[in-house]
Design a protein around this ligand. Structure first.
Ligand code: 5RP
Length: 227
């Protein structure tokens, strides 16, 4: 377990309210957070229910005995704690290394605050220079979406599963295309909107203007970046 990820997760734990509903993101840093949240629950220090953003988050909540809720019962969440793959200076994000960004974005949008937990290696000047930008695509539309994004000058590859032959199938039954742009992304909000205009693209891993705080862990400490 990375000390930097633990430091980020422990920093975000301080924001957990005494009572109410929050979103639980996905990924290895969130897994550390979930374990500690479960400990707080078992010690009676908090009385929180979570909306899980993925099957992984659902399993984490069950493993650590954190009560579950959903967006029908709790359409507005106090906050969400989630990970990210890249964070730029505006606190815009690329998410989706774990393929869960579609539901993660819904849970984040339902939250009054989006709190991101990362190690320092995720901080970048501009999004997209290193990490590909994922889009979740309806399987029926795959060939068309690839042609359309290709015409926009973007290279795409279908994310392949590990432990199964063929493509990754998301929690929502869709495929993921990883996009590589010819240069870093200048305006993540505009790029996300353009990609979502392509019929068949159900969501993008670009989270623009959504983040409130980024809790950054190093091996020695944590610090917080705010909007
Ligand atoms: C999943 C995600 C994760 O939050 C992201 O990949 C970061 O994961 P980790 O904390 O394991 O580095 O967006 O869709």
């Amino acid at each position: 377990m990375s000390k930097a990820k633990t430091n980020a997760a422990m920093s975000a734990l301080k924001l957990v309210p005494k009572k109410g509903a929050m979103g639980l993101g996905s990924g290895s840093t969130v897994a550390i957070f979930a374990k500690e949240l479960g400990r707080l629950e078992s010690e009676g220090k908090t009385d929180i229910a979570v909306v899980p953003s993925s099957y992984q988050a659902y399993q984490l909540a069950n493993e650590y005995k954190i009560p579950l809720t959903n967006l029908d019962l709790n359409p507005e969440l106090i906050l969400t704690v989630d990970g990210a793959d890249e964070v730029d200076r505006r606190l815009d994000l690329i998410k989706g290394g774990g393929g869960a960004f579609f539901q993660e974005k819904i849970v984040a949008a339902a939250s009054k605050k989006l709190i991101i937990v990362v190690d320092e290696s995720k901080l970048v000047e501009q999004l997209g220079a290193k990490f590909p930008t994922p889009v979740e695509v309806l399987p029926f539309s795959l060939g068309f979406v690839r042609r359309r994004v290709g015409a926009m000058g973007i290279d795409s590859s279908v994310r392949e599963a590990q432990g199964k032959l063929g493509p990754v199938v998301t929690d929502n039954g869709n495929f993921i295309l990883d996009l590589r742009f010819s240069k870093a992304i200048d305006d993540p909000g505009r790029t996300a909107a353009e990609l979502k205009m392509v019929p068949g693209v159900v969501e993008t891993g670009l989270f623009a203007g959504m983040t409130d705080e980024v809790h950054v862990g190093t091996d020695a400490k944590s610090y917080v970046l705010r909007k």
